[in-house]
Design a binder for this molecule. Sequence first.
Ligand SMILES: [Zn+2]
Length: 215
Amino acid sequence: MTKRQQRVILSGARLLILGFFFGSLITLLPKPEIVRAKEVQPKKVARVNSWQAASFPVENFQAYTSGFGYRPSATGASDWEFHGGLDMAAPQGSYIRNWWVGTVIKVGAGDACGSHIVIRSGEWEHTYCHMEGNVETASGRRYFIDRAGGILIAEGQQIPTGARIGRVGMTGRTTGPHLHWGLKYSNNYVDPALVLQAMFTQQKVSNRANSRVRR
Ligand SMILES: [Zn+2]
């Protein structure tokens, strides 16, 4: 065998291995066509946003029970599913607070997200799932109503930062009381945990600065 022949065989084998590698990668990876998830790094948008005014979205927070991203299917099937938010456990009935001042662009009920509302703040869209309560229509306008919690929110309504917008419930597909909090920027999913981290960092820094001024 000449050197050249050897080289050809070697590169052929490499291609075969590469092909095998990518082939198995494709079968192992979750099907990307299910959700067009394109992540945006919040650091990029953090420059134009100050997180200091933002509100933590739930009262009586207990634990993060499921993170953002791909995870084995909750139904126990062998496939993967995309989890477009962060699950935050809190006792049933705990109040949920609006993360950022904005306009209610949707109230909904009856799907996997359960009773939910979606708020738009500029390029940001924040979704709150599995809440107590239901959706009702009055004079052509849709309302999210949680009577026991004293919550009444209309589609199109302006909501200030930190306002109580609902309560943790178990509507939709859930095995325990928690808030599913979803975030999108320019229509692309963002990991809410990264945004919370950015908020905590900025708020810590500003608290330190304030206490220095007071002293
Ligand atoms: Zn969730």
